[in-house]
Design a protein around this ligand. Structure first.
Ligand code: SF4
Length: 194
């Protein structure tokens, strides 16, 4: 698989995930707590592979260096995610690259894990546990599409086993993806010039 096809393949998994999660949230009538961005400020782990479409978009729009500099300028300690924008800008705050967010970002709060006895467990966050405390046990039993975290990650494994298996802190995953994409396309452009 070429590098570009790998990016496209990851992108279609991300799109499918968003569609499935949306189908679940609509079917179950659940949604995030309004204005909550707690998941973006937690120390979450991810794979660099799930951020390849983001990195490619940043490369194509000349924003890659901006995020690398932001990370290197001290954001490592300040925020677990370099894409998170805590201040209000154009009436928005939160993920500055929402369309290109990672797989874990799309599944967070609205996915399922398998318990010890094979039962589905709603793997959600604290704010949603409080918001839906009366309905938590009924959600896994609903006859609707229930996104299981492991199914989406197994699709990533099919694209690149090694990269899908490497789970690192969020910022590290994003920065590695950006560096990998920059390196790939810079080498390619240099070869073209020679
Ligand atoms: S990539 Fe975006 S959605 Fe995911 S943790 Fe970072 S700011 Fe939040």
């Amino acid at each position: 698989m070429t590098f570009y096809n790998k990016i496209r393949a990851v992108n279609s998994i991300l799109n499918k995930t968003s569609k499935d999660v949306q189908s679940f949230t609509t079917g179950a009538s659940v949604s995030c707590v309004s204005g909550c961005f707690e998941c973006c400020t937690k120390n979450i782990f991810a794979t660099e592979l799930e951020f390849y479409p983001l990195a490619y978009h940043l490369y194509k729009t000349n924003q890659a260096e901006f995020y690398l500099e932001k990370y290197n300028a001290g954001n490592k300690q300040a925020s677990p995610c370099v894409l998170f924008n805590p201040s209000m800008h154009n009436n928005e705050f939160g993920c500055s690259q929402y369309k290109y967010r990672g797989l874990v970002c799309r599944l967070f709060g609205f996915s399922f894990n398998t318990g010890k006895n094979g039962e589905l467990k709603f793997a959600t966050c604290k704010p949603l546990k409080i918001k839906y405390k009366e309905r938590l046990s009924e959600l896994p039993k609903m006859q609707i599409l229930k996104p299981e975290m492991k199914n989406y990650y197994s699709l990533l494994y099919k694209i690149d086993f090694y990269l899908a298996d490497e789970i690192v802190p969020m910022n590290e995953a994003i920065v590695k993806a950006i560096e990998k994409v920059l390196f790939h396309y810079e080498i390619r452009n240099t070869k073209k010039r020679i």
